[in-house]
Design a protein. Structure first.
Length: 126
């Protein structure tokens, strides 16, 4: 498994890559995951509608892989996201924001935090 972004790029350079005849690029902003003793499944899709009561997700593709390959993908994604944050700044913790929103909706007291919007990293969670 690559240990740094440089290792990842070297491994990528060493491989020959060609695109399949049916190759396509899709945009996703929604994912669900599942597992069995034999594989890990990642279903990717798009959030199509959100209102006060519901959210509509459209599933586009399910990727099935071995647990070993999933761990390699996790390692590669971790390196790429770290490089992104180094270049462009930290990404928000979406899972934390979702938990806080669910707690607020359930009637629990949620922490409200704000940052200086002038920094470009401002956010407000309820």
């Amino acid at each position: 498994m690559p240990e740094s972004n440089e290792d990842l790029m070297e491994a990528k350079d060493a491989a020959q890559v060609r695109k399949a005849a049916g190759f396509s690029t899709i945009y996703v902003n929604s994912s669900r995951m599942g597992l069995s003793p034999w594989d890990i499944r990642v279903t990717l899709g798009q959030v199509m509608e959100i209102d006060a009561e519901t959210q509509v997700n459209e599933d586009l593709v399910t990727v099935v892989m071995s647990p070993q390959h999933a761990k390699a993908v996790l390692s590669s994604l971790t390196l790429v996201v770290a490089a992104y944050e180094k270049a462009f700044g930290d990404l928000p913790d979406n899972l934390k924001m979702i938990r806080e929103a669910k707690a607020a909706k359930a009637g629990k007291v949620a922490k409200v935090s704000t940052e200086n919007a002038a920094t470009g990293k401002g956010k407000k969670t309820v």
